[in-house]
Design a protein around this ligand. Structure first.
Ligand SMILES: Cc1cc2nc3c(=O)[nH]c(=O)nc-3n(C[C@H](O)[C@H](O)[C@H](O)COP(=O)(O)OP(=O)(O)OC[C@H]3O[C@@H](n4cnc5c(N)ncnc54)[C@H](O)[C@@H]3O)c2cc1C
Length: 381
């Protein structure tokens, strides 16, 4: 039997697989996709996440192929613009997720993990004894479903985790219900080595330079409701860019090079109950909002903490494993989750965005502090 089965070969799954395989365990990663695969993301890796990947010896793809990101430019609806270099010369990187995730997965297989692509996990296998412990997963197969058993299952299958939703651990909160539209452009004028966050009433537009002279654009807005304005994401994206005072001119000569991708509702609340046999990592363990551009920090560190918990469970049994993992996650993430929730709430209220813009114009240092915090610049790795 496998020691550890990891569902989802994104960054959290690949990091967990690499660390467990390095310790000589029998690890298999499964993913519904064939890699390299696309993933809607702002494609930026903040300074704290980059430092973490360096410590794990997994930063090579970002060092060799990533574009240096020196900070963030933040603009408000009323025209205020604040340039915020990361403090102390820190840098992030940008690299399209298709490349980054493929490179991280290759590090996992080089460490000894098996990888099975095109494998769709439908649900967990829950054993009757041992208070409903998870003993494996059921996957789509030809001609019928098949089961993969393992002593530990790590759900790293992203925001819409089939395992977390299937076991009733995850739900989309009533509010906020925001959706993201992402696409790549070329010929956007006045791009710099900074990421950009354009905060608008009710939503925001993230813009980032990525290798190859392309520009990543992610528009995040509340769900338009049953009239379905999201039905044509390309039209919506073009309209938003065309009516934006700051971006209109810069995108006037730009060419869309990919079909826009839509994702949502974005927020997922997860209750990590004590389920023997199962650990959650990355977005499968909860997702707040992409505004702070730090999902990869939670994915990388969450994968590392899940790997440590898996090792502990295999060594000494499940007693206390979830409690300890919960404590570690709270210690590492709780203050950042509060910060992210506060920013998400601020953008939901037009009056708060107006006040935020006024504060930014009087005291740009406040925005610079927010950028440093969002970028995990003080993270001790
Ligand atoms: C619009 C947007 C912009 C963002 N921008 C940034 C940014 O700039 N910087 C940043 O740090 N973070 C950003 N994030 C967050 C970041 O993308 C995620 O936090 C990160 O991808 C989480 O990694 P993960 O490994 O947990 O999940 P994922 O990267 O989602 O990987 C999950 C994997 O599981 C697989 N899978 C799913 N279901 C199944 C199944 N049933 N069976 C088998 N396999 C399955 C998928 O194919 C996928 O490969 C952004 C998010 C969004 C939505």
């Amino acid at each position: 039997m496998l020691d550890v089965l990891i569902v989802g070969a994104g960054p959290s799954g690949a990091v967990a697989a690499t660390l467990l395989a390095r310790r000589g365990l029998r690890v298999r990663l499964v993913d519904r996709a064939r890699f390299p695969r696309d993933k809607l993301c702002g494609d930026t890796v903040n300074p704290g996440t980059l430092a973490m990947l360096r410590r794990l010896g997994m930063a090579e793809p970002l060092e060799s192929r990533g574009l240096v990101i020196g900070g963030m430019t933040v603009t408000g609806a009323d025209g205020v613009t604040v340039e915020s270099p990361y403090p102390a010369g820190l840098e992030g990187r940008s690299l399209v997720r298709r490349e980054l995730d493929w490179a991280l997965l290759q590090q996992a297989t080089a460490a000894g993990a098996e990888f099975e692509p095109l494998t769709i996990v439908r649900r967990a296998v829950v054993d009757d004894g041992a208070c409903g412990s998870v003993g494996g997963v059921v996957v789509d197969g030809q001609p019928s479903e098949r089961t993969i058993r393992a002593r530990v299952v790590i759900a790293a299958d992203g925001r819409r985790s089939a395992l977390a939703f299937g076991l009733g651990l995850a739900r989309h909160p009533e509010r906020p219900r925001r959706w993201a539209i992402g696409a790549y452009f070329e010929n956007v004028s006045r791009m710099s080595a900074f990421g950009e966050m354009h905060v608008r009433r009710g939503g925001y537009i993230g813009v980032a330079p990525i290798p190859g002279g392309l520009t990543n654009v992610c528009l995040v807005k509340p769900w338009a409701g049953p009239d379905g304005a999201l039905r044509d994401p390309e039209v919506l994206l073009r309209q938003e860019l065309a009516r934006d005072q700051t971006l209109r001119e810069r995108f006037a000569g730009a060419r869309l090079v990919t079909r826009p991708v839509v994702l949502g509702p974005l927020a997922v609340d997860v209750d990590q109950r004590d389920t023997p046999g199962l650990l959650l990592a990355g977005d499968a363990a909860g997702f707040i909002d992409p505004m702070t551009g730090d999902g990869l920090r939670f994915a990388v560190r969450g994968g590392e903490l899940a790997a440590r918990a898996a090792f502990q469970a295999l060594d000494r049994g499940w007693d206390g494993v979830h409690a300890q993992l919960g404590r570690e996650r709270r210690r590492e993430f709780a203050s950042k989750w509060r910060f992210n929730r506060a920013l998400r709430a601020l953008v939901s209220f037009p009056a708060a965005v107006r006040v935020g813009g006024a504060v930014a114009s009087i005291a740009p240092s406040v925005v610079r502090a927010v950028v440093a915090r969002a970028g995990d610049c003080a993270l001790r790795v």
